[in-house]
Design a protein around this ligand. Structure first.
Ligand code: UDX
Length: 435
């Protein structure tokens, strides 16, 4: 099948490359020439384990093409995927759809035969209707269908999530014509056990937001339970097992931690409240999730200050600064809200991250390895759950006063009972008096 992806960001690139790997002819388009030139040389603009090798293999086999020529890419394809960004708009809440609509306009001018136009970008309900309107208005005689096909790819796990998803969702108002084509495209994945769910276009658009808002709610819920555990001396890890084994609840996304961050949950939860407003429906649960998640970052900053006692000139080293492991993405990462509060109180911060120094943290000292963080600070905060932080060499710590705040519960409090280190974690009884 001949397909093209417009937008070679996270979603477009990963999906495009993997469809090529299934034997399709895929054209990945972007208006950023520098990015396309780099991709042609095998330089990948994002950090995603395993992606570089896949890009190289499929590019060499000529199943995968990179271009800035959007018109030709559309004309040469049977299925056109829109995979451009939908960041938060200037109002700070809604999804900005200008990229989607400008691509829709370009598509309308290049429809030379029947096309299926698929929105993969996360878009508010009814965006497909608008895309259809734009194409029809600009090219009334064109033959096409607009289908919604949301992605559920996690950064750092995107290749596995693409190959082995729980489900594929497609939403179309003309399932008779579009379903079989998309079923064929996704057949290799469905054969491996994924459910193929077809529904209306609006329902499909809403499924994406509902899924992300629900997962964000689950995380926020367990984070609040963790707060309660700290007060009553319970262990949130046990609570997560105790409730997660109930099949009605499910065990995934119940890891308490430093609030959810990243490029999707914060943006999509906010956009869902805006969609609710538009349709006069109060999304009160999602609104409180957003508030609770925001407050959590302040709460953790306060906890750090409490652990430090008198914070002025105390040294705090962060292990990991990205919003989760296996990504270099700093969008809405939790520490961006924690650092200013600490700096204001005179705390000296340094950090190490496996993906290197961050332009977002110009005023914070970067260290080249975890050892420098462990040996030069009053407090070490494990902020991100990278594997390399799971077996740190604590023997090298000579200070008798080192404190560790493990925001990802990578260690057990009992591991520290004989050491000179005072260990704090999330939602678990402390091995020392409460901070
Ligand atoms: C998310 C969705 O999972 C994916 O389906 C969607 O398409 C894009 O957004 P992503 O943002 O890459 O993926 O990361 P995810 O693994 O979902 O984690 C999001 C945030 O929640 C991270 O900050 C992570 O640390 C946090 N999290 C996740 C928890 O705190 N606890 C958990 O149990 C799971």
């Amino acid at each position: 099948m001949k397909i093209c992806f417009i937008g070679t960001g996270y979603v477009g690139l990963v999906s495009g490359v993997l469809f090529a790997d299934f034997g399709n002819k895929v054209i990945c388009v972007d208006n950023d020439k520098a990015k396309i030139d780099k991709l042609k040389k095998g330089i990948i603009p994002i950090f995603e384990p395993g992606l570089d090798e896949l890009v190289l293999r499929n590019y060499k086999s000529k199943r995968l093409l990179f271009t800035t020529n959007i018109s030709k890419a559309i004309k040469d394809s049977d299925i056109v995927f829109i995979a451009v960004g939908t960041p938060t708009a200037k109002d700070g809440v809604s999804a900005d759809l200008k990229n989607v609509y400008s691509v829709a306009k370009i598509i309308s001018k290049n429809i030379n035969k029947y096309k299926i136009v698929v929105t993969k970008s996360t878009v508010p309900v009814c965006t497909g209707d608008e895309v259809e309107k734009i194409i029809k208005k600009n090219n009334p005689v064109s033959k096409f269908d607009v289908v919604s096909n949301p992605e559920f790819l996690r950064e750092g796990e995107a290749i596995r999530d693409f190959r082995y998803p729980d489900r594929i969702v497609i939403g179309s108002n003309n399932l008779k014509k579009t379903k079989s084509v998309l079923e064929k495209l996704y057949a290799p994945i469905v054969k491996k056990g994924a459910k193929f769910i077809s529904t209306t276009r609006r329902s499909s658009e809403l499924i994406k937001y509902a899924a992300n808002a629900f997962l964000a709610t689950k995380i926020t819920f367990i984070n609040e339970i963790a707060n309660l555990c700290e007060e009553v001396g319970s262990d949130v890890e046990d609570i997560a097992i105790g409730i997660g084994t109930d099949a009605r609840i499910g065990s995934r996304f119940l890891r308490a931690g430093p609030a959810y961050g990243g490029s999707c949950f914060p943006k999509d939860t906010k956009a869902l409240t805006k969609i609710g407003n538009k349709f006069r429906t109060n999304m009160s649960v999602v609104k409180s999730v957003i508030n609770s998640n925001e407050q959590r970052k302040s709460l953790l900053a306060d906890k750090i200050l409490k652990i430090l006692g008198n914070p002025k000139n105390k040294k705090v080293g962060f292990l990991g600064v990205t919003f989760k492991a296996n990504t270099d993405d700093m969008r809405d990462t939790q520490c961006l809200k924690i650092f200013p509060k600490l700096l204001k109180k005179g705390v000296k911060i340094s950090y190490y991250d496996p993906t290197g120094e961050k332009k977002e943290l110009k005023k914070i000292n970067y260290k080249n390895n975890p050892t420098e963080i462990l040996t030069n600070n009053d407090l070490v905060v494990i902020h991100t759950e990278w594997d390399e932080f799971r077996s740190l060499d604590f023997k090298m710590v000579k200070s008798k006063k080192l404190k560790i705040f493990d925001m990802r519960n990578l260690y057990q409090p009992k591991n520290f009972s004989n050491k000179n280190i005072t260990y704090y974690s999330i939602g678990r009884p402390f091995n020392e008096k409460k901070a």
